[in-house]
Design a binder for this molecule. Structure first.
Ligand code: NAD
Ligand code: UDP
Length: 336
């Protein structure tokens, strides 16, 4: 099968490219390199012995999309492309609504016009908002607390309407929890621009000496050690969840939301301790004020993915941190 991966040179996209190529599928990437490096392609080739087709282009540009759908017989689309920094989305909301929401609508229209109606969309646990109690399951009410989260929720709702309007559409909204880790080869991994917003890349950069110390955002939450608890999931498990979702949409239609998480929660201090042990490096940290918008505990109810996709996360926290450390220590400056 030939799949189009928008945002396929990014962190989660590149790991999904590897899983698909290794299964013998063909992959076309459309990415404008807003938050990724073209060097990912040679790294992917080193891992799989194959190179995906790459088109540098923008999902907001209908011509770019038409060129891809005309040149390639695409079976289904995995839509990763989007801006993802929560803090930045508060500062430049219009860029987020334009890139993520308008770009997605342009993509879906192009898909419809080229009669490609199978889609896996990168949604997020952020659509559960702040009022639900973990474990979070797919039947809970959704809401958003920032423009980034709004874009995910809007796109999910657009896709629900689209599937209602035309029963040929087959769509899965995958709600990711907290992807971390890297491919076991150490050749591809997360490569954030500037100072990382997320915990794992920040901790990894402290361990490697690029950043001086970690700020732990709050130690007075109602959690076992007072620090925030999240459901960290290995990016390779996540990538394999996409393979299962592509198999599923091939056989059924409608629009479904499915969590990709492990169902386990880990605190910030547990992450710091594990990282210290695995890396053998000190991770200096200080307790800082809570970060606005954070909630104490977020973890998934993971049963629906097990039943609907026959998928469950296999890799444990140790593997997640070992692989993060291998990637970070082999590539202290990312792909540069
Ligand atoms: P990433 O930034 O590494 O990858 C996104 C890719 O999309 C980048 O390569 C970027 O260059 C590309 N892109 C952005 N706008 C584009 C546009 N208009 N046209 C073409 N390409 C464009 O991010 P990621 O961590 O791999 O996340 C992938 C998707 O998963 C995103 O939609 C993100 O919101 C979602 N998600 C990520 C997380 C996470 O913690 N990483 C959690 C939940 C959901
Ligand atoms: N966190 C932290 N210091 C940082 C970054 C994150 O203490 O520099 C905490 C954050 O408060 C949360 C957890 O780590 O409890 C995961 O944060 P991240 O931004 O990675 O994911 P999200 O909050 O979006 O789930």
């Amino acid at each position: 099968m030939k799949y189009l991966l928008t945002g396929g040179t990014g962190y989660i996209g590149s790991h999904t490219v590897v899983e698909l190529l290794e299964l013998g599928h063909e992959v076309v990437i459309l990415d404008n390199l807003a938050n990724s490096s073209v060097k990912v392609l040679e790294r992917v080739e080193k891992i799989c012995g194959k190179r995906p087709a790459f088109v540098e282009g923008n999902i907001c540009n209908r011509d770019d999309l038409d060129k891809v759908f005309t040149a390639h017989q695409i079976e289904a689309v995995v839509h990763f492309a989007g801006l993802k920094a929560v803090g930045e989305s508060n500062q430049i909301p219009l860029s987020y609504y334009h890139n993520n929401v308008s770009g997605s609508v342009t993509l879906f229209q192009a898909m419809s016009d080229h009669n490609v109606k199978k889609l896996v969309f990168s949604s997020s646990a952020t659509v559960y908002g702040e009022n639900n109690v973990s474990p979070l399951d797919e039947s809970m009410p959704t809401s958003a607390t920032n423009p980034y989260g709004q874009t995910k929720l809007m796109i999910e709702n657009i896709l629900v309407d689209l599937a209602k309007s035309d029963s040929d559409w087959s769509i899965i909204n995958l709600r990711y929890f907290n992807p971390i880790g890297a491919h076991a080869s150490g050749l591809i991994g997360e490569n954030p621009n500037g100072i990382p917003n997320n915990l794992l890349p920040y901790v990894a950069q402290v361990a490697v000496g690029r950043l001086a110390e970690l700020n732990v955002f709050g130690d007075d939450y109602d959690t076992p050690d007072g620090t925030g608890v999240r459901d960290y999931i290995h990016v390779v498990d996540l990538a394999q969840g996409h393979v299962k979702a592509l198999e599923k949409i091939d056989a059924h239609n409608g629009c479904h939301a499915i969590n990709l998480g492990t169902g386990n929660g880990t605190s910030v201090l547990q992450i710091v301790e594990s990282f210290k042990r695995v890396s053998g490096r000190d991770i200096p940290f200080k307790i800082a004020p809570r970060r606005a918008g954070d909630i104490a505990t977020v973890f998934a109810h993971a049963d629906k993915a097990a039943k609907a996709l026959n998928w469950q996360a296999k890799l444990d926290l140790n593997a997640m941190i070992e692989d993060t450390w291998r990637w970070q220590s082999n590539n202290p400056n990312g792909y540069e």
